[in-house]
Design a protein around this ligand. Structure first.
Ligand SMILES: [Zn+2]
Length: 154
């Protein structure tokens, strides 16, 4: 079994994943505020790298949201849900953002901050401003107008 200082746990009340320092005994859920005892929680992933943990938290939250979405029988025609589902298959942050950009471009033509807000809402994780900053740096995404994004090579 891999050892690591940090781990990924899931809140027992609201099913939100978060990264924790395993040195601690307790943690508080960032989403619902529930006090969680680390001893009683399943640790889904361990690593010494906080960046890696943050990455896994994002993936796990996207998956957990997908399960919730499926359970609620929400229609699959929602471009945002399609984007979140497809992007959750990416193996790292860059790949997920790229898939997100491509799906949003395919479904909406272009996308902007309000679209990213919707994505963050569905994912339960992420920050629209941070995402815009990252899209700025991606060669595969350009801005036909300021703060309006579009992926190239669909
Ligand atoms: Zn919670």
């Amino acid at each position: 079994m891999t050892r690591g200082r940090y781990g990924v746990v899931v809140c027992t009340k609201c099913r939100n994943a978060k990264g924790v320092d395993l040195v601690n005994k307790n943690t508080r859920c960032t989403r619902c505020g529930k006090q969680l005892s680390l001893k009683r929680l399943r640790v889904y992933y361990r690593s010494d790298s906080q960046a890696e943990i943050a990455d896994k938290v994002g993936v796990l939250n996207a998956r957990l949201r997908n399960v919730e979405i499926t359970e609620q029988n929400v229609t699959d025609n929602d471009p945002y849900i399609i984007a979140v589902k497809e992007s959750s298959l990416g193996s790292n942050e860059r790949e997920r953002l790229l898939i997100l950009a491509r799906v949003l471009t395919r479904e909406l033509g272009t996308f902007e901050r309000s679209d990213l807000e919707r994505i963050v809402e569905i994912q339960g994780t992420g920050d629209p401003d941070e995402m815009m900053e990252l899209f700025n740096k991606l060669d595969e995404v350009y801005q036909p107008q300021r703060n309006v994004f579009r992926a190239v090579d669909i």
